[in-house]
Design a protein. Structure first.
Length: 324
């Protein structure tokens, strides 16, 4: 995603800049580039493969690595063989076999889920949570309102939060409306052309008969984007934009939205630890799975990429919602 402010300026002018990164179309960056060596391979990696050569013949002891993220796909073909498995837990029997307080914690634990199996997906940003706490106390404060030194510091912090929050909400609301409008126009164009988005070409856009100035603008932008990729990529970038700004406005910055009741814990009690469920994947494990893959994806199995380490056990710990 390009910088939000820059994007909004372009959007206000009816111009959509390239959303992706330009690259040399004649070459493809290796998927395993981060493991490569600059001097040997020409890529700014961390020289993992070079280091592995030094480790040949040496005995390795397995290391458990906990991935604290939004979840890990434990069925992923490049991860399922490198998962930590709790040796004292019998999978699926609904019992806390090892007596640690967590039922069926076979590959880790989900601390943002409920006992009923439901999961927190979207959540507030921290600034939204803090405003919800301080707003009832400080929203009506006047220059003449007497405040203690502690309250004065909190009030100053609250004012900074409001400035930050207001800027974010204006951007999110503006982006939601404009990206949404662009997506609506694109969907109409795709429907009229009658092809799957992956099959639409510049020739299809050239032949399209526009019916409004808005459609003309969208067609112009789409054709410009095709110089840097495909219509499918452009369409997906716009769809991602709709989701990003909609999530911001409807969940991350929505003071009325609070999903924590799903978990059922006492948020103020830092000593509480027995809550959640064993669904370590959750509703969106894309980022956590990516991180787990960088760490320890099964090496040299001709599937996907090679992880940095070849003798780790990935423990999945779900802590991070979308927006938290």
């Amino acid at each position: 995603m390009i910088g939000t402010n820059k994007f909004l300026c372009y959007l206000a002018l009816g111009i959509l800049p390239t959303l992706g990164f330009s690259q040399d179309k004649t070459s493809k960056t290796p998927e395993n580039w981060y493991n490569l060596d600059f001097q040997k391979d020409g890529y700014m990696g961390i020289s993992t493969e070079k280091a592995q050569e030094l480790l040949k013949g040496k005995k390795a002891n397995p290391v458990i690595v906990a991935v604290l993220d939004g979840g890990v796909d434990i069925q992923h073909e490049d991860l399922k063989d490198v998962l930590w498995t709790n040796p004292k837990e019998i999978p699926g029997n609904g019992k806390d076999d090892d007596g640690n307080g967590y039922i069926d914690d076979v590959h880790g634990w989900n601390f943002i889920g409920g006992k009923d199996g439901k999961n927190v997906d979207q959540d507030n940003l921290e600034v939204t949570r803090l405003i919800r706490i301080y707003e009832p106390k400080y929203i009506s404060v006047l220059p003449s309102t007497p405040l203690s030194e502690k309250e004065r510091r909190e009030f100053v912090a609250y004012q900074k939060m409001i400035t930050d929050y207001t800027t974010k909400m204006e951007e999110a609301s503006f982006g939601k409306v404009n990206y949404g409008g662009l997506k609506t126009e694109l969907d109409g164009i795709v429907k009229t052309i009658g092809k799957d988005v992956k099959d639409i070409t510049k020739a299809d856009l050239d032949a399209y008969q526009t019916t409004s100035d808005r459609q003309k603008m969208v067609i112009r932008v789409a054709k410009k984007e095709l110089d840097n990729g495909s219509f499918e990529k452009f369409y997906n970038d716009v769809s991602d934009g709709v989701k990003y700004f909609t999530d911001q406005a409807d969940f991350h910055l929505n003071k009325e939205f609070d999903p924590r009741g799903i978990v059922g814990d006492n948020y103020e009690d830092a000593s509480e630890r027995i809550y959640g469920n064993n669904d370590v994947k959750g509703p969106d494990a894309e980022h956590g799975t990516h991180v787990a893959g960088i760490i320890g994806a099964k090496r040299n199995n001709n599937k996907g990429v090679n992880g940095v380490a070849d003798n780790v056990q990935i423990m999945a710990v779900r802590l991070v919602p979308n927006g938290g």
